[in-house]
Write a protein of this length. Structure first.
Lengths: 619, 341, 341, 619
């Protein structure tokens, strides 16, 4: 509901970026999610960036405990949650201290006054209160005593103050919803769904929400509000979706379209665990999840499940991939189809476990002993995870090979609108298993078809009994063989098989001019930032194109030609130059690296500036 | 051989032999175990295509190559995990894990205990030669203290693992021990293990003629073995000895050896109960070591416990019953959606 | 804080606190354990520089950061192995391993049992909150069957590991159990563990307020805990209950609960002997679970066994004695050599 | 003793290549080792190539059970055991079937007749006996009934026939010793040492040895014998040494020269296990070995030992390195000095476990998640392992970093003469540990010295208490830090530290012309074959140089300049082109690959031919 009379002027915007930040316990992730869904429902394009600490709940009021959720909603297609925040909502001093630098000059700053007590200021490292010392004068500062007003709003419900204070995030939402002219309906529906069983809590949250909204209407302090028109999205039904959710659903869809039973063997690890959580809830979709004792067992179980004919998938993050490497070698030798998902996080070792990075590409390519190649795909955005999952399984089954999927914390936890496909429209993934032999000929488990892949013969099939293993096998028969020539033949064959996939994947697409001075290459979760940066540069007529790679092994057949058509090749990635190294090796191209390794995504601004520098070098 | 698809009416052991030449050292105990396995499957007439042998790495782990069934010679120590993925997806198959004392207890110890505690319906056969055979003679987790090997020239200082105690500690539902050359007894254990639902764990004393020859002389030598071993029989008192004149009695809470006749009669002896709900007795039995005690062979424990693979698949059916078979179209449209014309 | 090198005469708990702000959830059981550890080290006045805490990954494994001693927050599950390398090279240090039920029993299970069977002289403290805390609430190897968690929405189907049974199965020389909030008792266990030579293994019931709150209410709730727990005392009969009117007696080979008075007197009860050579009694005690039985806390077992680090270093000294300190020049010239002018 | 009267003519040779082959039980490895030592003692340069099956003892008489030992002894410096065999001794039909192809045309072929019975022929896959069907006519075939003669020789000692037959290899040795005019003394000394405790056996072996020798003197069949002059080796005292032995001794020497206690934590694996076996025998050298439950525990134990101040080393092969990768990440983060040895074998997965390969280089470089660099050295030959071990430890301690040493099955099991150093002459390796603080300043565990390395402060030191871990640490303090800028700083710092080592290692040496048409690059165990091939090409005046890399990360500072001075860069390696890829990436040089992946070393001939082709392209 939006109140009838609107006393204050509404300014139209193309896009707005809002960030909620506060203590881990303040429910900021929920506030962000609600604003996201509401804006999506309002027809905006949206992009989000949740950012929370490694600690489950660091002590209240500490910087370490600050949790934030940023959302950008727009009237046009957008690819990122935005660099700078237009409106920053901070629930306490620590949140202000750690987030202020991202607020645009003269931006809107809403603070929960009561989060700036003596202790709060100390924990945040403030000598004296920034609310008092004028250091915030350059912003549109709105001091709101959310605690008091929330308590007042829910008074007659007789909750404990602790319970009452838990409603504060709804007050903050209400205020922001008013500020950006958002409907309260979706959130009110959510409240009923979520808290229906505890009516008092449900009502309290609702009251807090409206109190916040009404505060906006009545307060003298805030004089204008904003509106963002619906975006022109392709027609269809949409939902908001996170990367991990899209990946999980993509796996289920791939199993369906290939008539396989889905097996997900894994060991929990941030930021991959949500895939397990989602899949374990989908048992009625014929999904079996196995929480193994460790990643090695998870990988080994996947090899066993694949031997049995399942769509066998494992998911983890960098440390888990390191542990899986030996068993992945077995997967390559047995030439069974399976998927290995790496939701990358900042390394090395334990690194920054909740932060994002793209530094596991070389490990995906070379992280196993011996010559041990496998195909690698990377998802560009939350919704893209769905397609990547299906495509990876298509390749795995057609080429009888493990396939690695690279995601990252930014893609996995971020969300965006997803145009919902009709299952009926999704391409089938054909999977064949040989039946009992009819010709009396001995069965050859390592015979090859036109894709150089071997038959997927399943235990239980009369007459096809065979043994697989990690020792080198005789071509065709697969029997253990120490024949030197056969070893080289098999090494080359496994490599040729993977290389051959290049003829079975789309040619590399290029956004922008077919040729020119600079082509920017990117892969994985940096798509949005790079695409946005390049578009901005186009507006100044820059001669720059963008090639975003989904296929990292093998590389698309036309990639080399594309690179040759530009004076300069720039590779943007969140690592020290891993794809850049691969391109230098493959094509002897003197690619320039545009790298960031801070555990945080690229900002559009820094990309624009860096690419501009390359363009300038040229002229 | 994998061409003739049909198994004869009365299959012979040879029907389960693959065309691969067996490559263990002449005299290796593994030959006897291989022979018994083929006999057992033949006697139970289990279709070859429904049997899968998963092994790790080691001499013992070459076993699957020699069986005309499905099989995987996987990687060192991981066979139980490979078997887990296979079994939960294909519960109708009989899955065997073949492992060694190094493969199963050293690098693979964790997978072993987790498979056992989950009670996955597989059969794990551990060839215990108390040495690393394939890598040419280093001590293993079952090598006795002070054992001199290539990697312990002054004697091993690693207190050995008593694997059956550990298995009981993990509440194994089926635990047995046998001896490579005791063919009838081994055959019996293999058959019982195959029939059991849940994880069957068998330790087989196996002689490595090259690197640990004679480790089990006490258990195989005609002269002493009847005093050195105690053959467990369900419901029977714990009697042993050449003249079956000795037995095991409980003194306080610990077992003791008594000679029948002088002051002790069969009625004083502990009676074996492989089906006891509490594994206390089974635990005792695992603590008996030669020469202080005779070492029990046979079925230590055989009880019914819910099986992991069964429970997992039951949850699937329940979920389908409760929520109906999942529709992705429905799932995709669940929660908040909006439409753009 | 690591600047003032000297420890005061009578060190206080705070002398063992690092300058790092503690970052567990408010109300987490880990705080109590941290407090007791500092108290214990202070009461024993162990020099800070001679103490090393090695942990894996998990909420519990952040422990070393908060101690003003040496420490390593290693990787998931591997702390016992890290400690092994450190201890054999630096036997004079007191080395503690801090681990969780996931870190120590899931991914790290194998290292744990091998450390225990080797009886390396380290102290392993397992914070058992029966959940994966740091990864936000999946079931762990100690979560009960049917436990509903993020990764087991229909209930866990993994039969939990009884870690103390497994430890006894590996012939642990020191096994104890305590409760996070039972500060005096926990302090006693930590002190005994620190004094013990060989691997000391302590399971601490620890409450995870966020993801598994109340898992141990029976063990902490004033009203029931005295009926739910049995405090072990060496040489004393197994008595428990608010009015100390119940006890544990042996029936056959299994323990049973009896009420003192009606037909049973203290003299019928099992008497605790933490020093028994055979771990049978200790094994029984690990099998007792609430509500069928009271759960024992205290020292289950404390016996002397040769320690791995000691034996290893003894072999070094023996070798030097026998062969004299090695001379590389001699070694290089041993066997066949020839000289070219 | 060599008998007084020498009736038969002696032909002088520059070099001779002999191979013994027979059943695993026939003692061929021992025969080869004896001829090796004897020739070395005679002043020849020697190179050996033992080759045995994966099976411990495959069934008698089968091809799978054939074990061989090849040795080349020469009057000049040699680098390889030779391509083609001049004299082949075969104990049975299977050995003949599997080894004949390596015998030179018209070469000497000595066969043990009684190894060619019906069953033997079947097992070897012969329809009818090659000794009868004339298929061996082109060789100098000598049929000797070794069994009968050996039994006769030892008759009066009353051994069982089984025992008697075990002496056959000594008969074969005796004959070969006569054929190449070798002294029996070393072998007789060996017999007494080895079998002293069993006099009957000792005497039997001695009798068999002499019987073989005397058979040579008396037989009409063999009309000439050969002699190989002593080689011109640099003055010094020599011994014959295998790669694994040299590596083990190098580790002990490094510990001594750095005053560290050596800790070797490992898990057995072929072909690395012999390092453990050797070190475990050296307890009186203050060497502690720990046979861990697996490779992960081994690696972790090494991290712990390094924290404690030990010279901590682990050794394994490919599969073990795959398992160690996660813990190696911790090693990199903690910046503690330690060594990780990879004795490479043929992969991927279990591959061909007893065969040689160089396919783990990329794994060494990139096989860990995140940006996780470490220095890598490779040994070129058995004796070189000694120096490499010491140099690796020098780097590890000066730069506080784990260092990877690459060896391979060929280097590890092969042997060559080693000029024995004086311990007194070996360079000291300085190691410092900070003492208790005097200034009251807080201790900074991640402070940096001029090499960018941090202090190695040891537990037990008052006032230096600190915590290490896998989470990203604040520069200087090492305290856990989520500061984005600090993460990038630390990632770059760790990389700079390793890169900086390039200024602290010798410039790359070049054998041959300073510039010209072709430079051949190699690394690791292929040195001998490549060096020999290049020397042969020089004789025809070819313009080819050879650069053999010991340092693979970082690469020598002058390597790029060297490459630029040649028209063509050829990279010879036993993999699919791993170093080649690195050079392309680093220097954008279009290097040509000269690759072999058969599990066997290069032959000189195939290298000469391949390099010649490159030279021809040029002209
Ligand atoms: C990851 C890995 N580490 C080490 C090895 C080397 N290896 C192969 S088998 C084996 C132990 C074999 O002992 P056991 O399991 O007792 O089998 P046995 O040969 O005695 O039958 C080892 C250490 C390997 N193949 N892979
Ligand atoms: C190799 C690896 N796999 C997985 C993880 C993710 N992870 C971190 S802690 C943890 C389990 C924590 O549970 P527990 O050991 O019980 O500690 P708690 O947090 O409950 O104290 C997991 C799965 C990791 N850090 N490293
Ligand atoms: S080495 Fe031992 S275990 Fe292995 S095959 Fe030979 S005898 Fe059997
Ligand atoms: S999540 Fe649980 S275990 Fe972890 S800190 Fe919070 S309360 Fe403690
Ligand atoms: Mg063994
Ligand atoms: Mg836990």
């Amino acid at each position: 509901m939006a109140p009838a009379e609107q006393r204050k002027p509404v300014v139209d915007l193309d896009a707005a970026t809002v960030r909620f930040c506060g203590d881990s316990g303040d429910g900021m992730q929920l506030a962000g999610t609600q604003l996201t869904n509401t804006s999506a429902l309002a027809g905006n394009d949206v992009a989000t960036f949740p950012d929370y600490p490694a600690e489950i709940r660091a002590p209240r009021g500490t910087k370490a405990g600050v949790s934030g959720f940023q959302i950008r909603f727009a009237a046009d297609k957008i690819f990122t949650p935005g660099d700078q925040v237009n409106a920053l909502v901070t629930m306490n001093a620590a949140a202000l201290a750690t987030n202020l630098q991202d607020l645009e000059p003269h931006g809107i700053l809403i603070v929960n006054e009561d989060g700036f007590g003596k202790r709060d200021l100390e924990l945040a490292g403030y000598e004296h209160s920034p609310l008092e010392d004028g250091s915030l004068d350059s912003y549109q500062l709105y001091r709101v005593d959310m605690t008091k007003m929330t308590r007042a709003a829910v008074k007659e419900l007789g909750l404990s103050t602790k319970e009452a204070d838990r409603c504060r995030n709804f007050f903050a939402m209400g205020l922001v919803f008013w500020l950006y002219d958002r409907s309260l309906d979706p959130t009110e529906r959510f409240i009923i769904e979520k808290f229906g069983r505890r009516p008092a809590i449900a009502e309290a949250n609702q009251k807090a929400l409206r109190a916040g909204y009404n505060f906006g209407i009545t307060t003298e302090a805030i004089v204008r509000r904003f509106a963002v028109r619906p975006a022109e999205l392709p027609p269809g039904t949409y939902r908001n979706i996170t990367g991990n959710m899209a990946l999980a659903w993509g796996l289920i869809a791939a199993a369906k379209t290939s008539d396989c039973h889905l097996f997900y063997g894994t060991y929990p690890i941030t930021p991959a665990s949500d895939i397990l959580h989602e899949l374990s809830r989908r048992k009625n979709f014929d999904v079996r999840t196995f929480q193994a004792e460790d990643e090695i067992a998870a990988m080994a179980s996947v090899v066993g499940a694949a031997f049995g004919g399942a769509m066998a998938v494992t998911g983890t993050s960098g440390p888990g991939v390191s542990l899986k490497s030996e068993a992945m070698g077995l997967a390559v030798m047995t030439e069974l189809p399976m998927l290995v998902i790496n939701v990358q996080r900042a390394g090395p070792s334990t690194g920054l476990p909740t932060k994002t990075e793209q530094a596991d590409l070389l490990q995906a390519l070379y992280g196993r002993h011996g010559e041990c190649p496998l195909p690698i795909l990377a998802a560009r955005s939350p919704a893209d995870c769905f397609e990547v999952a299906m495509e990876a399984w298509r390749i795995a089954t057609r080429y009888m090979t493990p396939v690695m999927i690279l995601s990252d914390a930014y893609v996995a936890n971020g969300s965006e609108p997803w145009r919902i496909p009709e299952m009926g429209d999704l391409p089938r993934i054909p999977v064949n298993h040989p039946g009992p032999p009819t010709d009396g000929e001995p069965f050859l488990p390592y015979a090859r078809d036109e894709h150089l892949s071997r038959p997927w013969a399943l235990p239980g099939t009369p007459g096809l009994m065979h043994r697989l293993g990690g020792l080198e096998g005789q071509k065709q028969t697969g029997a253990v063989s120490y024949d030197p020539a056969n070893h080289e033949y098999m090494i080359r064959l496994r490599a040729r098989k993977v290389a051959g996939i290049a003829n079975d994947i789309p040619l590399q697409e290029l956004e922008g001019p077919e040729s020119g001075s600079v082509v920017v290459l990117s892969w994985g979760g940096t798509y949005g930032a790079v695409a946005t940066a390049v578009r901005q540069l186009w507006e100044d007529g820059a001669s720059v194109a963008h090639a975003h790679l989904r296929y990292l092994s093998p590389l698309p057949a036309n990639l080399e030609q594309i690179l040759q058509r530009f004076d300069r090749v720039v590779v943007a990635e969140l690592n020290a130059g891993q794809l850049r190294g691969v391109l230098r090796k493959e094509f002897l191209v003197d690619a320039v690296g545009l790298n960031k390794i801070t555990g945080r995504p690229f900002t559009v601004a820094e990309l624009v500036e860096a690419i501009q520098q390359e363009l300038d070098k040229k002229s | 051989m994998s061409t003739e698809t049909a198994l004869p009416e009365k299959p012979k052991a040879t029907d389960y032999a693959s065309d691969q030449e067996v490559r263990w050292c002449p005299g290796c105990g593994d030959y006897a175990i291989l022979a018994q396995m083929k006999k057992t499957l033949a006697s139970m007439a289990i279709p070859r295509e429904n049997v899968v042998f998963i092994s790790g790495i080691g001499c013992s782990s070459r076993f699957p190559y020699y069986m005309n069934t499905y099989g995987m010679h996987s990687i060192h120590g991981r066979a139980p995990a490979v078997a887990t993925g296979l079994k939960v997806m294909r519960p109708e198959l009989s899955v065997f894990v073949i492992t060694g004392d190094g493969d199963g207890l050293s690098i693979g110890g964790n997978h072993l205990i987790h498979a056992i505690r989950r009670n996955l319906d597989i059969n794990i056969i551990l060839f215990n030669n108390r040495i690393y055979g394939l890598t040419k003679g280093q001590y293993s987790p079952t090598s006795p203290l002070a054992k001199v090997t290539k990697s312990s020239p002054m004697g091993s200082i690693d207190n050995p693992l008593n694997i059956l105690s550990v298995a009981i500690g993990c509440e194994a539902s089926f635990v047995a021990r046998s001896v490579d050359v005791n063919t009838k007894h081994l055959g019996m254990c293999l058959e019982r293990a195959t029939e059991h639902h849940g994880t069957s764990f068998i330790e087989v004393y196996q002689n490595c003629v090259v690197f640990n020859d004679g480790a089990y002389d006490y258990a195989t030598d005609r002269k002493i073995r009847s005093d050195a071993l105690l053959e467990l029989e369900h419901g029977k008192p714990l009697v042993f000895g050449k003249d079956r004149d000795k037995g095991i009695r409980l003194s306080g809470i610990d077992p003791e050896v008594v000679t029948l006749g002088d002051g002790a009669s069969e009625s004083d002896l502990l009676v074996h109960d492989e089906a006891a709900a509490e594994p206390s007795l089974a635990y005792f039995l695992t603590r008996m070591h030669y020469p202080a005690f005779p070492e029990p062979i046979g079925i230590f424990r055989c009880v019914d416990r819910p099986q992991y693979d069964e429970m997992l698949n039951d949850q699937i059916s329940q979920a389908v019953e409760k929520q109906g078979p999942g529709s992705l179209d429905k799932l995709f449209h669940s929660g908040e959606t909006w439409t753009v014309q």
